[in-house]
Design a protein around this ligand. Structure first.
Ligand code: HEM
Ligand SMILES: [Cu+2]
Length: 508
């Protein structure tokens, strides 16, 4: 890998560069900045819900704005750009090419993110991360709502440009001596998620335009007063965003495929099943979107089709979990920070999936739908699986990017606190949902069980907050003053298992 920070360069040289590791670094820093911004909003939400009544947030409108921007930030400005950071660093090297296929396009895709982030943060819209009509078209206050729509539009274009670049880099630029069956699983994960993006995003892009023209009053696609249908928006939205959840999770799984075998000091149990499961997941991801809409009056037959389509994703997810366990089995495991995050992420992936199966069973979903159960469910994925996989990988990349080691003890404390916090917040939210607490509420009646569980969740969130402060301190301190890393084997795994791609891609 290229050592970015060891030989300091003026910041503008990195900003105007189109080299894949420079663009990767920009993605990395931007995504981490948004992780902390979005995380701060989460702490505000949890502080507010610590007790019934208004605590630190004045009114429900402000509360809605806060959780809308929280969700939008962490999904679109942290998880996706973080994956792009990893892809930018690693995919060209893994396919043994000098850069991404289209370096300028790559830089353009990155530079669309800061303005989009600014639109979302300066606007601070209030209509939840899926901008549900009719509220979003009739009453959501502008210009916040319009800024959000434009922000998401820009992010969608950026994703599509990035996806085209990954697909062409992997399929067309890989070294001629390398067959597609030799491309590492991390690169396969980018190929699969990029293909999903290309198929899924245009639908939401269209829906956003329709939302905007509806807001302007020149159309009524989703406006019942003009003969439109809000449910149509839900279909368009979920046609994009159910597959999109796999866009989020697949690269995180790909990152685990790098870490688990290396730190188990064993080859991956089955490369082929990893590839198969990625491809399968990207196809079946399109057969389940309406499981978000069981409560909308679809016919029994339609619901059954989507229920079966949803369950089709289970074998693909399970294949990854089995593959990881079989790889670790009898391995000489070295539990350093990256490995702890990956293994923790797999455990939470498993429990999140179990909750997903409950949601997908249509009769059970009538109990869980729109309650805190759903909040718990998807956070076990986005935080427990995706953020855990990503953070583990960040620790893994750290010596290759900075040339220095992070502090191992602080890394482990970060993991342990985050794991405890995540279980406290999101397992509790599942139970809270079963006790009937609806999601997205600012105030709640003083039911003793609700108060107790909200307090457990809030304490869990504060623990995560503390762990993230330790993380930030570790990253900042170690990137300047950390111990110099042995770049050939920074984790002391033994020569055979160190990162196999020593290639340094020269700037051009
Ligand atoms: C792979 C990673 C996954 C992620 C990132 C994820 C994410 C999400 C999100 C964001 C929502 C709620 C969205 C909202 O209403 O705001 C959700 C709901 C749901 N998820 Fe997942 N999910 C994942 C996997 C699964 C799996 C494997 C299943 C089924 C086996 C599943 C079944 C469901 C169902 C049925 C709902 C709708 C629940 C309801 O609103 O009543 N999910 N998920
Ligand atoms: Cu879904």
């Amino acid at each position: 890998m290229v050592l970015e920070l060891q030989k300091p360069r003026p910041i503008w040289q990195i900003m105007f560069s189109t080299h894949h590791t420079d663009v990767g670094l920009l993605y990395l820093i931007t995504s981490l900045a948004f992780l902390f911004l979005g995380g701060t909003l989460a702490l505000a939400i949890r502080a507010e819900l610590f007790l019934p009544g208004s605590q630190i947030i004045a009114d429900s409108m402000t509360f809605n704005r806060i959780f809308t921007v929280h969700g939008t930030t962490l999904i679109f400005l942290f998880i996706i750009p973080f994956a792009s950071a990893v892809g930018n660093y690693y995919v060209p090297i893994m396919v043994r090419y000098k850069d991404m296929a289209y370096p300028k396009l790559n830089a353009i895709a990155f530079w669309m993110i800061p303005p989009a982030g600014a639109l979302i943060w300066l606007g601070f819209a209030d209509f939840t991360w899926y901008a549900t009509p009719p509220y979003s078209i009739i009453s959501a206050p502008g210009p916040a709502a319009d800024m959000w729509i434009f922000g998401l539009k820009i992010l969608g274009i950026s994703s599509v440009l990035g996806a085209i670049n990954f697909i062409v880099t992997i399929l067309k630029c890989k070294h001629p001596d390398m067959s597609i069956g030799q491309v590492p699983l991390l690169a396969w994960s980018f190929l699969s998620s990029s293909l999903i993006i290309i198929v899924a995003i245009p639908t939401f892009a269209a829906a956003l335009l329709m939302l905007l023209t509806d807001r302007l009053g020149v159309s009524g696609f989703f406006n019942p007063a003009m003969g439109g249908d809000p449910i149509a928006y839900a279909h368009l939205f979920w046609f994009t965003f159910h597959p999109e959840v796999y866009v989020l999770v697949i690269p995180a799984i790909g990152m685990m495929y790098e870490i688990i075998p290396r730190f188990s000091r064993k080859p991956i149990f089955s490369y082929n099943s990893g590839v198969f499961a990625f491809v399968l997941l990207s196809i079946v991801g399109f057969s389940s979107w309406a499981h978000h809409m069981y409560a909308t009056g679809m016919s029994f037959t339609e619901k059954t089709v989507f229920m079966v389509g949803t369950l089709a994703a289970v074998p693909a997810s399970a294949m990854h979990v089995f593959n990881f366990i079989a790889t670790m089995w009898n391995g000489r495991i070295k539990f350093l920070t990256p490995m702890m995050w990956s293994v923790g992420g797999i455990a939470l992936f498993f429990s999140a999936g179990a909750g997903g199966v409950v949601n997908s069973a249509m009769p059970l979903d009538f109990t869980t739908h729109d309650t805190y159960w759903v909040v718990g469910h998807f956070h076990l994925f986005v935080m427990g699986t995706i953020a855990f996989g990503s953070i583990g990988y960040l620790y893994y990349m750290f010596p290759y990017v900075t040339g220095r080691m992070y502090n191992e003890t602080m890394g482990k404390i970060h993991f342990i606190l985050s794991f405890i916090g995540t279980v406290l917040v999101f397992f509790t939210q599942h139970v809270l949902g079963l006790y009937g607490m609806p999601r997205r509420i600012f105030d709640y009646p003083p039911i003793p069980e609700w108060i107790a569980m909200n307090q457990i969740a809030s304490v869990g969130a504060m623990i995560i907050g503390v762990s993230m402060a330790i993380f930030l301190a570790n990253m900042i301190h170690s990137s300047g003053k950390g111990k110099l890393a042995d770049i050939h084997d920074p984790f002391g795994l033994g020569g055979k298992y160190y990162y196999p791609f020593e290639a340094k891609n020269p700037s051009h």
